[in-house]
Design a protein around this ligand. Sequence first.
Ligand SMILES: Nc1ncnc2c1ncn2[C@@H]1O[C@H](COP(=O)(O)OP(=O)(O)O)[C@@H](O)[C@H]1O
Ligand SMILES: Cc1ncsc1CCOP(=O)(O)O
Ligand SMILES: [Mg+2]
Length: 275
Amino acid sequence: MQKVLENIFPLQRPLIHCITNGITKELVANALLYVGAKPIMAEDQREIESVIQVSSALLLNIGHLTEQKEACIIKAAKLANKAQKPLVVDAVGIVGLSNRLALVQRLLDIGVTVVKGNISEMRRLAGLKSSAKGVDSAKEDQSTMELKDLAHALRKLAKTYPQTVFLATGEQDLILTDSNCFCLKNGVDSLELFTGTGDVVGALITGVLGNGIEPLEATIGAITYFNVCGEKASKVLQQGMESFRIETCNQLSKLYKENWQEMLKMEDWTNEEVR
Ligand SMILES: Nc1ncnc2c1ncn2[C@@H]1O[C@H](COP(=O)(O)OP(=O)(O)O)[C@@H](O)[C@H]1O
Ligand SMILES: Cc1ncsc1CCOP(=O)(O)O
Ligand SMILES: [Mg+2]
């Protein structure tokens, strides 16, 4: 797997169409630029068809919704499938909001290349209880036992949607397809402590997909690259969280010059027994 990750970054300027939330939009756009992609944030119904035609991949992040935006997201998903463009869905905030859960389920039925969320969000998608509130994960959802339950439940979902990769992020990240399950262990706790880290991961996955990399490798490569950026940035933590955020972003534009893929910490849980 390390060999595959070796040359993923920098990207070769794929145009990435982002329909995302206003809270982290600027961070997402810059993160894509830092790794060699070209973001375009466009969500007006009149223009999305033209943008999808010229883009390499589409990110749908449901962090901030209106009825109009939801209609645009559904239209964009259908158009991306018709144009055979990779499509990433970030299931932000589905734990306590049934309208958002229903939207992600509808998008899965339309066709999604990678669906992601934090562990609490992905528990909700998989039909498991979650005690999270808002858009952050609950610690209680992240024990090894709970992770194994989530892996089992997402594996079932992956069999229903064999063309989709499922990613649950947290202290440990789970990546599920209909035939594989991987547990990734890179990153640092502070990556939970500034807004937009999950959104950036979704954008990086979309950028790598837009560069023509297969979905499983794109998902593993993007989240590992981002998490190693966080590991490198932890050297400035004593200066405060804003310095950590800035340094994490600095690393996005520099890390590809190093052998970052050698830092990959990944376990194959494909044949793990589930309780
Ligand atoms: N405690 C942690 N230790 C290491 N990495 C973490 C931790 N929490 C989150 N991450 C990493 O930070 C990124 C965002 O994950 P998460 O915080 O779960 O998403 P969200 O921001 O959507 O809630 C992911 O790359 C994840 O691997
Ligand atoms: C705070 C907030 N509220 C709606 S979207 C958003 C940003 C969430 O970003 P992430 O999921 O990457 O933490
Ligand atoms: Mg998130």
